[in-house]
Design a protein around this ligand. Structure first.
Ligand code: SF4
Length: 455
């Protein structure tokens, strides 16, 4: 359906955001035109997340509301991608007769080809249940694939981009569906990654975030094409950081058990590596961490936090926390609160535990009531909010370098190297997105900082 308009709704993590970018690029290359208005689209793609029950419910409710749209416009094509697609496959088509295509995480590269099949009258296609080495991870040497080319500039904030360095996960944390929905761990060839970053930077990108489910184990298992093993993540960081013109480098997500001394050293030796790390801990209790199969203790986690803070004083540390894991006692929850007091995270993503079908934890007994999980979550979040505010106030009086994302009507918004949102008012309209400005912080909120631009 070249010349058709498409709309993508993305749920979930950065991996999904990056997958949506790849799908948008493949569609644009095949003559499709992106629209930001759902009702104008002739193709709607819902890129789904199954990490939490709530996100999954939102997907099904959105699909339900699209049923009417399909009835009034039978030519509309509806595609479900992402982790729910990989996990539920044919069941989505059986339950939602108006869905035309279900495409698992390993197959997004084939999207235009599958849509072409639909336009020849083929009824609903399900391509979700077979696992392949993800071919859409670009190979540069000896390959005809062009995915490493810079993405369309129309994608959100073109000066900061994600680059996928690996897919899948081998860890099997007992609450997580990722090893089932995204398969086993596969690392991309380092040369391809560096070349992709180079192309992006030459096209104007200032900030790169290297992306994977567990970037710290990059290069330790399986690589796609021409990769020599082992190839540590720290070495990759050094290689990428040397790309000429790259101003800021970040990475996500890290597994605490795989943070090496070599990686910690990078925070003192690589100047353009941002002073920020997201280090999901999930619980402050060793007993619960064991039940989660996380393979580290709180003592070893804290030791790594201390080393990171010494390697880069002022580093901003954020985390993920699951509250109310099966069997979590008041004592375990108190351990989590104690950890929060000890580390004083700059921010955290915290959620009530919810069963994900097919995971080990779903079969655990000792489930907590929704009320109790909600009560504990509230306590945790209230304290985190206070700490975030106190942490943010530490920046008052400091001058931070800000990468500008928007400048509208004299109101500027951007991010500091520590990944804080910074606003500044009364600035000149000549400052363009993608510029770096220095802002002296004079006010701090829970979620952002307010600054005035330095002369
Ligand atoms: S490390 Fe654990 S939580 Fe993270 S993706 Fe792998 S299995 Fe899921």
């Amino acid at each position: 359906m070249p010349d058709s308009t498409f709309f993508i709704k993305t749920f979930g993590c950065q991996m999904n955001i990056r997958d949506s970018e790849i799908m948008a690029q493949k569609l644009s290359e095949n003559g499709y035109i992106e629209t930001s208005v759902l009702n104008d689209a002739e193709l709607i793609i819902i890129n789904t997340c199954s990490v939490r029950g709530k996100a999954e419910q939102k997907v099904f409710s959105m699909l339900g509301s699209l049923r009417k749209q399909k009835l009034t416009n039978p030519a509309l094509k509806i595609c479900v991608a992402g982790c729910v697609a990989q996990q539920e496959g044919q069941k989505i088509i059986d339950r939602m007769g108006h869905v035309d295509l279900v495409i698992g995480t390993q197959h997004i590269y084939k999207l235009p080809e599958l849509l072409a099949q639909l336009s020849t009258g083929r009824t609903a296609i399900n391509l979700s249940d077979t696992y392949e080495i993800p071919q859409y991870i670009p190979k540069i040497q000896g390959s005809q694939t062009t995915d490493f080319e810079p993405l369309e500039p129309a994608r959100p904030f073109q000066f900061s981009r994600f680059v996928t360095i690996m897919q899948g996960c081998n860890n099997f944390c007992t609450y997580c569906v990722v090893p089932y929905t995204r398969g086993r761990e596969v690392s991309r060839n380092a040369e391809d990654i560096v070349q992709e970053v180079d192309i992006l930077v030459q096209s104007g990108v200032k900030e790169i975030t290297l992306l994977g489910q567990n970037v710290n184990s990059y290069g330790s298992t399986n690589t796609v094409a021409n990769g020599s093993l082992p190839y540590s993540f720290a070495r990759l960081l050094r290689d990428v950081s040397r790309v000429e013109g790259l101003k800021r480098l970040r990475f996500t997500t890290s597994h605490p058990k795989d943070i090496s001394d070599e990686l910690i050293d990078c925070f003192s030796t690589i100047p353009n590596l941002c002073p920020q790390i997201h280090l999901p801990v999930q619980s402050g209790s060793d007993r619960i961490l064991k039940r989660m199969n996380r393979k580290y203790s709180i003592a070893s986690y804290l030791e790594k936090i201390d080393r990171l803070q010494s390697a880069r004083p002022g580093i901003a540390i954020t985390t993920d926390m699951i509250i109310g894991f099966p069997g979590e006692t008041n004592r375990d929850f108190q351990d989590t609160m104690d950890l929060l007091e000890r580390v004083r995270y700059h921010g955290s993503f915290s959620f009530k535990y919810s069963d994900r079908p097919g995971t080990a934890a779903a079969s655990y007994a000792e489930k907590l009531s929704e009320t109790e999980k909600g009560r504990r979550l509230q306590i945790f979040q209230n304290r985190q909010d206070q700490i975030s505010l106190e942490r943010n106030r530490e920046y008052i009086g400091q001058t931070l370098s800000v990468l500008v994302e928007t400048n509208m009507d004299g109101r500027l918004m951007g991010r500091s190297a520590t990944n804080h949102i910074v606003h500044a008012a009364g600035v000149t309209g000549t400052i363009q997105p993608g510029a770096f400005v220095d802002a002296e912080i004079f006010h701090a909120g829970q979620h952002s900082l307010l600054g005035r631009l330095s002369e």
